[in-house]
Design a protein around this ligand. Sequence first.
Ligand code: ATP
Length: 234
Amino acid sequence: MISVSNLSYAFKIGKKGKENIVPVLHDVNLQVAEGEIVAVVGRSGSGKSTLLNLISGFIQPEVGNITINGTNVSRFSESKWAEFRLNHLGFIFQSFQLIPSMSAFENVELPLVLKGVGEHERKKRTEEMLKRVGLESFQNHYPGELSGGQQQRVSIARALILNPPLILADEPTGSLDSENEKQLLSFIKELNEKYGITFLMITHDHEVASIAHRKVEIIDGYLREGRMLHEVQR
Ligand SMILES: Nc1ncnc2c1ncn2[C@@H]1O[C@H](COP(=O)(O)OP(=O)(O)OP(=O)(O)O)[C@@H](O)[C@H]1O
């Protein structure tokens, strides 16, 4: 599903010609199989978001390759990425990233609008999806009129509306209380078990990492598979 090979990344900061190079990822290799839930853990600043941003095409790698669903996306243009994201990837963020001026219905419907789906079909699919996340009676609410847990469910409905085979999540429970976190984690498990959706999730949270089939840890930009640091130290 995802294959990352020999990926290195450095930010360039400062004025052109006088840039400082900040190396962040070093020779990262990661395979995520179809149907897996993989958690990426690691200290703050270790490079987790950078890795996810590279896999999502929000930043471009200079060294190494990223293949998603058999397509090498490493050198995609911005327009190719926009199309690829719409067709293959769903996103869940800690801060939900909903559009505040749009209702829950309109936020969930948006990917269908971008895809050019007709109005009748859009209405049917959006209503079905809102029902699936238990928000059918909140469809006219704006994000500011919803609780954190409800907003995250809207963002999941939006992530799922085009049936992506892969969901990338950055601290998906980071803004939720423990009850909403539990609900979200069981929903992620259900989506994975029932529909085979693959998840790659960044997390600091051991509860979240505990639903993963596999954990990988980034330490100072180097990725290690398998046992986590706290287990090694025990
Ligand atoms: N746009 C940028 N320009 C320069 N340096 C950056 C930029 N974004 C991130 N960095 C640096 O890259 C390193 C890795 O950052 P990254 O956001 O990937 O870490 P993280 O593991 O996701 O951290 P956190 O858990 O705190 O979100 C950090 O040292 C950070 O300062």
